[in-house]
Design a binder for this molecule. Structure first.
Ligand SMILES: NC(=O)c1ccc[n+]([C@@H]2O[C@H](COP(=O)([O-])OP(=O)(O)OC[C@H]3O[C@@H](n4cnc5c(N)ncnc54)[C@H](OP(=O)(O)O)[C@@H]3O)[C@@H](O)[C@H]2O)c1
Length: 287
């Protein structure tokens, strides 16, 4: 983001030099990953950011970790001069936070929420104004610039607001504009997805150890195999079944392993994991 634009990225007029580009409210695991990534990729400078957490001691620790970014516990003060407010608190506390910040938001401030389960219309209704709201669902690979983020527009958000959010998340990986009806499924597949993949990675590495490989070597082999296979699927656009067939020689070794995967019900287990997570994502805000 350019800091010298006369027109703010959100479409509103440029504010004073004290204006913060981004206020990250709820700078926990995901908020910190995103903020650090935006800073590392020079999308913003530390002077253009501000962050909040709930606990005073945590804010002091985080201030030291995020050198140059002020971190406090006053959400209203944090949003007062912000061009973009990034909401990274848990869904269960989001309602109260929205009521707290609503009076302090500027009319052109773009509010982006990464909270699972929480709809843009809920956020809009809590803010009680025609504030542009965009919902986003990133994932932890943002830490290495390989995030998958889905973004969707709230009732008062324009195409430009959605593009602004997409641009922000593209600095930490891929970003896709989607319809909000898909957000709970996306939460399960790509936001919870890294946890599922890490279980697969851990299991492959453990299997390597079982067949005699040193642990570190087994982990590298397994991780690079997952990474390379994903890259191959993304770059070729080929169906995964076709890519699998290319590895599977008739009466060879791979088919032996594939039969074990079928016996163990790997496919249906992964499918059920995504289905159950989607259901949980739908109910999270109310529990
Ligand atoms: N983790 C993921 O992979 C992921 C992926 C996509 C989306 N998300 C979404 O991101 C959100 C945060 O998840 P997380 O895993 O990062 O949780 P987390 O680590 O628990 O972070 C939540 C943060 O919110 C802060 N907080 C709580 N109440 C607050 C308040 N009233 N004002 C300001 N800050 C407050 C907490 O402060 P203290 O540190 O002081 O307690 C904490 O830093 C959730 O809505 C989740 O659905 C997470």
């Amino acid at each position: 983001m350019s800091s010298s634009t006369k027109q703010g990225r959100t479409g509103g007029p440029a504010k004073s030099h004290a204006q913060k580009k981004i206020a990250v409210l709820g700078c926990g695991k995901m908020g910190t990953i995103l903020l650090e990534s935006f800073l590392e990729r020079k999308l913003i400078t530390p002077q253009e950011a501000i962050a909040t957490v709930q606990h005073g001691e945590r804010s002091q620790e985080l201030s030291r970790e995020l050198s140059g970014v002020p971190v406090g516990t006053d959400n209203r003060a944090a949003v007062a001069d912000a061009e973009i407010v990034l909401l990274c608190v848990k869904p269960q506390v989001l309602g109260q936070l929205l009521e707290e910040i609503a009076p302090a938001l500027g009319p052109t401030t773009l509010v982006i929420s990464i909270a699972a389960s929480t709809t843009t219309s809920f956020i809009q209704q809590k803010l009680g104004k025609n504030i542009p709201v965009v919902r986003a669902m990133p994932n932890t690979p943002a830490m290495v610039g390989a995030a998958m983020t889905a973004v969707c527009a709230g009732p008062a958000a324009t195409a430009q607001h959605v593009e602004t959010a997409k641009h922000l998340f593209e600095s930490v990986g891929r970003a896709l504009i989607v319809d909000e009806k898909h957000m709970d499924a996306i939460t399960a597949l790509s936001a919870s997805g890294p946890a599922f993949v890490f279980v697969i990675l851990e299991s492959l590495a453990e299997a390597g150890v079982k067949v005699g490989l040193p642990r570190e070597m087994a982990t590298t082999l397994a991780a690079q195999t997952l990474y390379g296979s994903a890259q191959l699927a993304l770059e070729t656009g080929h169906h995964p079944a076709l890519l699998k067939d290319a590895v599977t020689t008739p009466a060879g070794c791979t088919i032996e392993g594939l039969m074990e995967l079928e016996k163990g019900g790997l496919r249906v287990t992964l499918m059920n994991a995504v289905i159950k997570t989607t259901i949980r994502a739908r109910e999270l805000m109310t529990s």
